[in-house]
Structures are given as structure tokens and as C-alpha cells.
Design a protein around this ligand. Sequence first.
Ligand SMILES: [Fe+2]
Ligand SMILES: [Fe+2]
Length: 187
Amino acid sequence: MRKDIIDYLCEEVEYRCKLPTNHFGIGCFYHIQAVVKNAEMLAESYDADQEVVIIAAWLHDIASVTNYELYEDHHIHGAEIAEDMLQKFGYPPDKIKHVQKCIRNHRGSVLNSKTTIEEICVADADAISHFDNVPSLLYLAYVNKGLSIDEGREFVKNKLTRSFEKLSDNSKLLYMKKFDQVMNILV
Ligand SMILES: [Fe+2]
Ligand SMILES: [Fe+2]
């Protein structure tokens, strides 16, 4: 495991998230941390390459936090930023390509076919990350959007349901209990 790279990414991503130029605010760092945690867990469950998965998870939204203008195609720009960063560490070219694939295919809204288990780990971890950050969804509903209690509850439940539905079939089974627990609180 390239601890030097992972330590660097953790620090660098936090630094970029905290910059005033980061349109998404510090919540983005919590999101990325949650993706890394879930991606690591999924990589272990699926016997995937943990190093590739963890590095890709740290970098999957790097373009969005670096420059808001890159948001729309952040999966493509992020893969380019990742290549630059990882080359500086002398990371093997085949592994860089694999990390790039994970970044390019992490978005449920962009229909790219995932061909490796590592890509599925990162995409599923991204989709499930809302479940580690329900308070920020409630904040979005009640504070940012100013919704009523009923509207806010439906908004959050819909968002969580859509996230869950994006998961691969295997990951749905892994997260079923967590999904039920969170939804039961929002009755
Ligand atoms: Fe993303
Ligand atoms: Fe993300």
C-alpha cells in the first residue's frame, strides 16, 4: 500500500476543500472522506485492489473542488489531474490507468460501462455516501431550501432512495440494513 501517496492525497484534498475558491464548501471534504471509508470497505468485501480504490476515492471529485468550472465534466478532468499527481510519485502507469478509469466512471448520472470491480467500488461508495451524512441532507432541506417538515422529510427520503437505487445489486444487499435503519427514522 502506497501510504506516502494516500497521506499526501488526504492532506491535499482537505487543503483544496478548505480554500475559499471551493464552491462546495467543507461539506465536500466530509463527502469525500465518507466515499473513501465506504470504498475501502467495499474493496475488502469484493476482494478488489484496495490501493487503486482508495486512491481513486480520494481523487474522484478533485476537479470539482479545485475549479467549479470543471464541475460538469469533473469525471474527465479529475482523471487528468490524477494522472499528473500520481506520475510525480512514480506510481506505475498501469495502476494510474486503472485509477483514471475509476474516476471517469464514478458518476451514476453519466452512463459509462464499468468493467472492473474497482470501478464499481468507487461508484457505489459515492452513491452510498449520503447515508453517512444525513444531517447535511436535513440542513439542505430545512435551511437551504426552507422546506416544511413534511416536504423536507420527503425530499431527504427521495434523495436517499435514489442513492440506494444507483448501487450495484451486490452492494444493495450489503447496505440494505443501513438503508432500512435510516428510512425508519424518517417515517
Ligand atoms: Fe462526483
Ligand atoms: Fe462524489
